[in-house]
Design a protein around this ligand. Sequence first.
Ligand code: FES
Ligand code: FES
Length: 162
Amino acid sequence: MTSTQTDRAVSLTVDGEPVSGVVEPRRTLSDFLRKDCGKTGVHVGCEHGVCGACTVVLDGRTARSCCTLAVQVEGSEVETVESLAEGSQLHPLQEAFWEHHGLQCGFCTPGLLLTVRELLADNPDPTDDEIRAGISGNLCRCTGYQFIVDAVRAAAAKLRAG
Ligand code: FES
Ligand code: FES
């Protein structure tokens, strides 16, 4: 894309790596991560803050990357789902989703994993009602949610066991 007078330079950290680029002021963080950084683990569904598929961690808290502009995150630290696994070693959350069928098509999964990681950091032993409230901002068209709740409960136990 040819840069224009209104384009802005942006530098940030993505999954622990420094990243910089030149973007249109209207470019969303989700598009920047997917198209400029190759972080296709960031999924884009509704593009208006409803579904949670685009969830990332921005300076330590979850955020909707479709409702955030790339120019707003200058100097920030962003984590995507791609930072969870260490090489071929899945994160305990990913293992629990795998083992308890917490996904079908997987479209919602990146956002859910980061949301659940935050939920369990804040509340390591949530009740099922607390899990359902915690994931209520992440829509899933496939699972009916029960298997996700099962997976989160199992992940919580794994993480508490260290
Ligand atoms: S794509 Fe961002 S909330 Fe749906
Ligand atoms: S597994 Fe398909 S949208 Fe959740």
